[in-house]
Design a protein around this ligand. Structure first.
Ligand SMILES: C[S@@+](CC[C@H](N)C(=O)[O-])C[C@H]1O[C@@H](n2cnc3c(N)ncnc32)[C@H](O)[C@@H]1O
Length: 200
């Protein structure tokens, strides 16, 4: 996305960070989190790269050690919350695209939970796979077609963002896709472990 759009997203998340955890502590979101981690937790293993890690949701639901975790997020406000809750866990204050320019490490697990990959430049979708060890697993939650969180964005932001996400490319680039609540998940977790309907 353009530099000015990325600046705007960061400003929005810096502000939202102040109430993010309270907002998502509502019962409906806790139930969504439980359902999500039931699917993904068994696959979160080894070195974990948490893209758009926010305030540290992954760390709230798993027991990934400090040595095995790296969170990447451009929002200073979101990362401040993560560090206050999980001292000693390493984070990088950058976009995935910026981080990826100099990163040489590969990971056993690459996560992008609850919409974070929707902000990546589409040219960088395939770069997620480059950051993965050969036997590793990725789990990326894009906003599903037609959805964008309207409680934090203006209608103009939403139109620009919707035009930016390339769903055809997501389907071409990643192995399996399925809808989970408001998200299009792209993952290489085998299909038999996913809640994919209408399988033959
Ligand atoms: C909806 S929040 C999700 C946070 C966390 N994954 C969770 O599930 O609670 C989206 C996050 O993506 C981050 N983000 C925005 N643009 C990004 C980019 N280009 N690369 C990585 N993260 C980005 C935001 O700062 C925000 O923290």
């Amino acid at each position: 996305m353009s530099g000015s759009e990325q600046d705007r997203v960061q400003a929005i998340y810096d502000e939202f960070a102040k109430t993010y955890d309270e907002h998502y502590s509502a019962k409906e979101f806790q139930e969504e989190d439980s359902a999500l981690f039931k699917i993904v937790k068994p696959w979160i293993q080894g070195r974990v790269l948490d893209l758009g890690c926010g305030t540290g949701l992954t760390l709230s639901y798993t027991d990934v050690s400090k040595e095995n975790y790296l969170g990447v997020d451009p929002s200073h406000g979101m990362l401040q919350k993560l560090t206050a809750k999980f001292p000693g866990y390493k984070t990088v204050e950058n976009t995935f695209e910026g981080f990826n320019k100099t990163n040489t490490e590969t990971f056993d697990t690459v996560l992008g939970l609850y919409g974070a990959p929707s902000y990546f430049d589409k040219e960088d979708y395939k770069e997620v796979l480059e950051a993965l060890n050969p036997k590793g697993h990725y789990f990326l939650m894009f906003y599903k077609p037609g959805y964008f969180p309207s409680h934090i964005y203006t209608p103009e932001d939403i139109e620009a963002a919707k035009a930016r996400i390339d769903y055809d490319l997501i389907n071409e680039t990643f192995e399996n896709t399925f809808i989970f609540t408001s998200y299009l998940v792209a993952t290489n977790i085998p299909k038999e472990f996913l809640p994919i309907g209408n399988r033959t």
